[in-house]
Design a protein around this ligand. Structure first.
Ligand code: MTE
Ligand code: CO
Length: 415
C-alpha cells in the first residue's frame, strides 16, 4: 500500500471539499483571531535590549539536555543536541552537544598558541593572528561522537532522539586546511602520524594518519559565521571530516608529527569496539551511514490527530553524501523513498521528509539511509550479529519509533 499523499491529490482533494485540508473553517470564531493580543497593542522591546539575541521565550524547551545517571559528574560528561526541535541541516551554535573530558576550558585567545613540532623541518609556533593570515576555507560537516546511540546496543533504552542520537551536530566551519599549516613546517618523510593535543586540563591527545591529515582536515576558528563557542574548543579546534568526534581535538594547542600513533605509546583499550568474542575492532574512525526520524519521536508526539502528517529526519555518512533514505511506517515490512530536501554536502547532515496521511492507527516508524558509497544502514539485529552487544561505539542501526493511537511515541525494537 502506498500511503504517501501526493501534492497533486492534496491540491485536488482540497479543491473538492469546501476549504483547505489542513486548516479548520470553524477557526473563524477562534479568540486568537477575534481578540486583539497584547503584542498587538503594546510597544515591543528596543533594539538595545539584547545585544546578543536569544530565541523566543516560547522556545524554552529547545535546549541541550544531559542524562544524570550516565556520568559521575557533569564536568567530565556529555549533553545532547535537541534534534527533535531543529530544522534543516545546520545546528545552532548554542545547541551543539558537548563532550568534555575535563570541562570547558576558558582560553584567552591572545595567550593561545599552536605549536607544530616533531618530525618537521622547522618547528613553528603560531598565534591566532598568524593562523588567520593563511587562506581560509568554509565547509559544512557533521561531528558525531563514536558513542552516539551507544546506550542502545543491548535494547531500546532512552526515550527521545535527543538522547538516542543527539551526540551529533553539523555546522559550517571557517578555518585553515591542516595541509597548509603542516606544509609551512615541512613534514619529514618519516612523519606518518599527526598527534593533536588540546589545551584543556585533559590535554586530550589523538592520532591521525598523515593521509587523512593531508586530505580534508581543518584547523577551525569559527562555526556558523562566528568565533567557536568555548564548549566547542574556542579559540581553535581540529576538524576531522567524517571521522569519530574524539579526534576533533578542541582548544587545539599542539600538532606533533610522529612515526607511530599515540595509541601505541599510551593506550590500547580506549576507543576500540569490543566484540562478542572479546576481540576489539581498532582504528574504526569513519562514521558509518546512519539516519533517524526526528519527528515524530518520543519528545515530539503527533498532537494534531489523524490526517496529513509530516515525518522529518536526518541522515549522514562519514563516507560521502546521502543518496537515498527509505521510510517505513510498519516496522520495516514496506518501504517508501523519502524526499531529500536542502543542500547535500559530503560528510554533512541531510534532511529528509515523508508526507503521509495518518489513519490514526499504530505505526512503527523506521528510516534507512544509503550513502554515495553504496553503504546501507543495517538493522540493529544485523549489526549485533556481527558486533555483539559489548561495544558502546559505532551503533548505526535502524531506529524504531512506536506511534500509539493517541499520537504518543515510544522507543522500541521490532523483530
Ligand atoms: N578535545 C579536548 N581537548 N577535550 C575533550 O574532552 N572531547 C572529544 C572531542 N575533542 C574532547 C575533545 C570528544 S569524545 C568528542 S565526541 C568531541 O570533542 C565533541 O565535540 P563537541 O563538544 O564540540 O560536540
Ligand atoms: Co566523543
Amino acid at each position: 500500500m502506498d500511503d504517501t499523499l501526493s501534492r497533486r491529490s492534496l491540491i485536488t482533494g482540497a479543491a473538492a471539499t469546501a476549504g483547505s485540508l489542513l486548516a479548520s473553517p470553524s477557526r473563524a470564531s477562534d479568540p486568537a483571531i477575534t481578540e486583539i493580543q497584547p503584542w498587538n497593542q503594546e510597544l515591543g522591546s528596543p533594539v538595545d535590549a539584547a545585544p546578543y539575541g536569544m530565541p523566543s521565550q516560547h522556545e524554552a524547551d529547545t535546549v541541550r539536555r544531559n542524562v544524570e545517571w550516565l556520568t559521575a559528574d557533569t564536568t567530565s560528561s556529555i549533553n545532547f543536541t535537541p534534534l527533535h526541535r531543529l530544522e534543516g541541516i545546520i545546528t545552532p551554535n548554542g545547541l551543539c552537544f558537548e563532550r568534555h573530558h575535563s570541562g570547558v576550558a576558558d582560553v584567552d585567545p591572545a595567550k593561545h598558541r599552536l605549536m607544530v613540532n616533531g618530525l618537521v623541518d622547522k618547528p613553528l609556533v603560531f598565534t591566532m593572528e598568524d593562523l588567520q593570515r593563511f587562506p581560509r576555507e568554509n565547509k559544512i560537516y557533521f561531528l558525531e561522537c563514536a558513542a552516539n546511540s551507544g546506550m542502545e546496543w543491548r535494547g531500546a533504552q532512552l526515550n527521545g532522539c535527543q538522547f538516542t542520537h543527539g551526540m551529533v551536530h553539523c555546522v559550517m566551519y571557517t578555518g585553515v586546511s591542516l595541509r597548509t599549516v603542516l606544509a609551512e613546517a615541512g613534514v619529514k618523510a618519516t612523519g606518518k602520524w599527526v598527534m593533536p593535543e588540546g589545551a584543556d586540563a585533559a590535554a586530550m591527545t589523538r592520532s591521525i594518519p598523515m593521509e587523512k591529515a593531508l586530505d580534508d582536515c581543518m584547523i577551525a576558528f569559527a562555526m556558523n559565521g562566528e568565533a567557536l563557542r568555548p564548549e566547542q574548543g574556542y579559540p581553535l579546534r581540529l576538524v576531522v571530516p567524517g571521522w569519530e568526534g574524539n579526534m576533533w581535538v578542541k582548544w587545539l594547542r599542539r600538532l606533533e608529527v610522529g612515526d607511530m600513533p599515540w595509541h601505541h605509546r599510551e593506550e590500547t583499550s580506549k576507543y576500540t569496539d569490543l566484540m562478542a568474542d572479546g576481540k576489539a575492532r581498532r582504528f574504526t574512525w569513519e562514521m558509518d551511514v546512519k539516519s533517524v526520524i526526528t519527528n515524530p519521536s518520543p519528545q515530539a508526539p503527533v498532537t494534531h490527530g489523524k490526517g496529513h502528517t509530516v515525518l522529518s529526519g536526518l541522515a549522514w555518512s562519514g563516507r560521502g553524501t546521502i543518496k537515498r533514505v527509505d521510510v517505513s511506517t510498519d516496522g520495516g515490512r514496506n518501504w517508501v523513498t523519502a524526499r531529500l530536501d536542502g543542500p547535500s554536502h559530503g560528510k554533512a547532515l541531510h534532511r529528509f521528509y515523508h508526507e503521509f496521511d495518518w489513519d490514526g492507527g499504530e505505526l512503527l516508524l523506521q528510516s534507512r539511509a544509503i550513502d554515495s558509497d553504496g553503504n546501507v544502514q543495517p538493522t540493529k539485529d544485523a549489526l549485533r550479529a556481527v558486533r555483539g552487544t559489548e561495544s558502546i561505539y559505532h551503533n548505526n542501526g535502524i531506529q524504531t519509533w512506536h506511534v500509539r493511537r493517541g499520537g504518543e511515541v515510544e522507543n522500541v525494537e521490532v523483530g
